[in-house]
Write a protein that binds this ligand. Structure first.
Ligand code: COA
Ligand code: ADP
Length: 578
């Protein structure tokens, strides 16, 4: 390891290493932390598997080191996104953690965490989980810290940097969305008709309450309790509650996104309470609540965290076992029982929509309140993925309009780019209003706004001038998601994808078409100079036609873009100097 010269701060030193490559000649992100831990019996449960609590402590520690490398000051865990555990890890195996800061916002940062396990005997390595944590930089008595921005270098870092803004958006509205959905969601209890054939357990019998005293080894150098330690204590009580239901050792599969509401310090007593809220056929939801209080009896308890975890019981062949039904207590118990049903629906929608590639989420996913935020995330992140690709090939150039193509797995994408002397914000406002697109795009015959979902998302019904193979005009139901730049250097983004709206099924008059991923990126350059890129990804069905017709396509695009430029000028005239 290269010794750090005294003249350089930790961060400057890592930056210098990054620019120059480290002692192995490897170029590495300065915030990247690698941690490898041998799983010993003291880290394991009775089945000889690494306890999830211990894994969470390692995750939090490694992620905190990444955050502090970037911030150059102490950082606390603010939140952790959903974690899906794909594999268990056995004693004797090695856990490899890799963490890095994806993006710095104001005082907070997103840290990406990858966890793999390695079998030293076979040399095999496999993915256990990935996670995204938010850390907040804090310097005592110094008010809010302003972090310096992080500049992504590699293609992968650029992508993570760009999508981190989208994940942050989802995170910050998560609590309110869940609250709204829990109030409005009425779901049929799938197991209500099942009777008692798999037995019934009183929820009351799974209740756990436990106390922990926060000691110096549980805290950082500022005396704040480590987030990972609190998570480990929460997993501990949740596992006891789950075991009381199934009378065997359950396996933790999912921890839902949660937020550390307030700090806790050395000397605090933490009260941890858990109970099984509901059981589904082969999984159960356990809720845990953590509160802190100090030794002074009359100071009220502080709510630190609430988390919801999904456990399964696996047999020797790793197949899930059917769980007994739960009989909730009156009052809060019944409310939590119903809310667990709603959370399960939201969790399944979220996992499905956010973890799939754009092209893997069927366009027939109906737009509904429980998935709309995730479909909107999927819409924007898919476009950002296309934008961040480095392997675009210049296919044609007419005057200042460039056409690029990208071919992958049978999908053909193209990007058309031009520079216009118009204010970027105005161009963004005009281009994101799909109902005006027929003013410049000859393939749009008519476009009607069906639903203004919120300030950033709207659903349109588009009637195209193009005909399907059945000679009918095509129509589309399109979700348009707009995003302002999150920071200097970001583009304005308008993403389009098809969705289905139950109230607007296909009709006889038109053939319902589908748009996988399309949209605009509008990059402010110099004053009143804007780069506009339009992206579109085609389904395999029409790739052949397009690849043999690039020349025709580029002249069509050239004409459309000229007309788009005129539309932008005419509608901003007087406000911009042309
Ligand atoms: N998820 C992710 N980030 C969140 C968040 C959440 N649920 N809630 C707030 N934040 C971010 C904000 O976006 C903001 O980021 P920015 O400065 O980059 O824009 C940052 O946290 C600070 O937000 P602010 O509104 O100034 O403060 P707050 O009153 O919301 O407090 C914490 C946020 C995290 C500082 C506060 O809740 C806290 O101290 N929590 C305990 C942290 C801790 O001690 N963890 C260890 C285990 S106890
Ligand atoms: P809510 O009650 O709205 O679910 P809380 O934050 O109060 O939210 O609690 C989170 C979860 O913690 C609950 O869903 C429940 O599973 C568990 N919990 C809360 N209070 C208790 C308690 N007194 N005993 C056992 N478990 C509890």
């Amino acid at each position: 390891m290269v010794p750090r010269p005294e003249s350089l701060s930790g961060l400057q030193f890592y930056k210098a290493l990054f620019m120059a490559g480290n002692s192995d000649g490897e170029i590495r992100n300065p915030t990247e932390v690698h941690m490898s831990q041998m799983v010993l019996p003291c880290h394991a449960n009775h089945r000889g598997q690494l306890s999830t609590g211990q894994l969470l402590k390692w995750i939090d520690t490694a992620a905190c080191l990444s955050a502090e490398r970037h911030a150059g000051c102490p950082c606390v865990t603010a939140s952790m996104d959903d974690i899906y555990f794909e594999h268990t890890i056995s004693v004797g195996q090695v856990v490899n953690l890799k963490t890095k800061v994806n993006r710095a916002f104001n005082s907070s940062m997103e840290v990406g965490i990858q966890v793999n396990s390695e079998d030293l005997c076979s040399g095999k390595e496999w993915k256990v989980c990935e996670a995204f944590a938010t850390f907040v930089a804090q310097v005592q008595d110094k008010g809010k810290v302003k972090l310096h921005p992080l500049t992504p270098v590699t293609e992968e870092e650029k992508l993570e940097h760009s999508i981190a803004a989208e994940r942050r958006r989802m995170r910050l509205v998560h609590t309110d969305i869940i609250k709204d959905l829990l109030v409005n969601c009425t779901l049929q209890d799938e197991r209500s008709r099942e009777g008692n054939m798999n037995g019934e357990v009183l929820a009351q019998t799974t209740r756990v309450e436990s106390v922990e005293l926060v000691l110096p080894p549980h805290a950082n150098h500022q005396g704040n309790t480590f987030g990972g330690q609190i998570m480990a204590w929460m997993v501990n009580v949740a596992t006891i509650a789950a075991s009381r239901l199934c009378h065997t050792h359950p396996t933790l599969k999912v921890i839902e996104m949660f937020h550390f509401r307030g700090p806790s310090q050395v000397g605090d007593r933490l009260i941890l309470k858990a109970i099984v809220n509901n059981t589904f056929k082969d999984s159960m939801e356990v809720g845990v609540c953590a509160e802190a209080f100090c030794h002074e009896m009359n100071v009220p308890r502080r709510h630190i965290n609430s988390a919801f975890m999904t456990f399964m019981v696996l047999d020797e062949k790793n197949h899930p076992c059917v769980l007994p039904r739960i009989k909730p207590d009156e009052g809060d118990g019944q409310r939590r029982y119903r809310e667990a049903l709603a959370r399960r629906k939201i969790r399944l929608d979220r996992k499905y929509v956010t973890s799939c590639k754009q092209s893997e989420v069927p366009l027939s996913v109906p737009w509904d309140p429980s998935n709309q935020i995730y479909l909107s995330y999927n819409n924007v992140s898919a476009l950002k993925m296309l934008v961040s690709r480095a392997d675009w090939v210049l296919a044609s150039e007419i005057n200042t309009v460039h056409l690029y193509t990208l071919e992958e797995d049978g999908y053909l994408s193209f990007r058309v780019e031009m520079r216009v002397s118009i204010d970027a914000r105005e161009a963004f406002e005009l281009l994101s209003d799909l109902s005006r697109r027929n003013q410049w795009d000859s393939t749009y015959q008519e476009c009607q706004l069906l639903q203004q979902v919120n300030a950033d998302d709207a659903i349109y019904h588009v009637i195209s001038t193009m005909r399907s193979s059945q000679k009918r005009l095509q129509d589309f139901i399109i979700l348009a998601s707009r995003r302002q730049p999150c920071d200097v250097g970001d583009p304005y983004v308008v993403a389009f994808r098809s969705v289905t709206l139950p109230a607007y099924p296909p009709c006889k008059e038109y053939t319902r078409g589908e748009t996988l991923c399309a949209g605009f990126c509008v990059w402010p350059e110099k004053e009143n100079m804007t780069k506009i890129s339009y992206y579109n990804q085609f389904t395999p069905g029409i790739v052949e036609y397009i690849t043999t017709n690039i020349a025709g396509l580029s002249s069509d695009f050239y004409i459309s873009f000229q007309s788009c430029e005129r539309f932008l000028f005419e509608n901003t005239r007087g406000k911009t100097s042309v």
